[in-house]
Design a protein around this ligand. Sequence first.
Ligand code: AHN
Ligand code: ZN
Length: 328
Amino acid sequence: MKKKILILICAVVVMTSCNSEKNKTTSKSDTAKLQIETPDFSADSAFSFVKSQTDFGPRVPNSEAHKKCARFLKESMEKYCDQVIMQSFNAKTYDGNKLNCWNIIASFAPEKEKRILLAAHWDSRHIADHDPIEENRSKPISGANDGASGVGVLMEVARQLNLKNPTIGVDIIFFDAEDYGTPNSENIPGDWWCLGSQYWAKNPHKQNYKADYGILLDMVGASNATFYHEGISSHFAPAIVSKIWGVSYRLGFGKYFINEGANTITDDHYYINTLAKIPMIDIIHQERNSETGFYPYWHTTQDNIDNIDSNTLEVVGKTVLSVIYEEK
Ligand code: AHN
Ligand code: ZN
């Protein structure tokens, strides 16, 4: 009797192990198939890149946190990219301040002719001027979404490009001083937003720098973000908009990347299009029913790491990576 039970147990063990072996094989080949269609992109890694930035505190130009974060971004990108250039410059603000700034330019295969440009801004806004609570409006923001999210996605993109090199060359620029524009309550004529991209467009890191096109990420980390065809993007680079929204739809991200027009935003890509003459689109979270047209915590103290959703980072990262790997 005991022997019979033992045999039975052995048989069950062998059967289940065979079975699980079979399942393993099936799921492995499934994964391999999926990998061809969707590139590897770790949402957790991207999230931790966002958190590392916000852990420094608000990255307002001239602050200690800003300086420390610049160093962190430089050293991180040096691990993944072939070349990193720190482009330092001074910028004059709407209130007569002088800011010490850096555009951080990281390149893959800088010698290649055919290349694309990816960008996000790494500074965070000095004032939460859209905060519902009056006392908060003079405080700086954490900028987890507005700034750090785009940079975090591009850091993970860089980590993946280092693991699996694309055919084309890629430049990743983290622009400084995008968000030091005039307070909501003031109207001071002048180009006070996007100071880093304005500087780079007039002083590219390389003479005769060329890229086929560019992709800007701005506010790509909120839950259920909605990315519409932004106005400047559709005006200067309609074919790039179609390409990117098409890739995203094929990956199953149609809930995020919506094929409808939306507001025109003065963002870094405006200066890359008009001054550097590189067609660049903006993947930026807009909402039809919010007061500002942006996500509800825009330029408030609530734009912090607690309101970052790694699913959104993943959707954007996988879309950008697929676009890059499809370029030959
Ligand atoms: C304007 O509100 C004119 N531009 C906003 C661009 C921006 C600010 N993106 C992030 N923060
Ligand atoms: Zn902003």
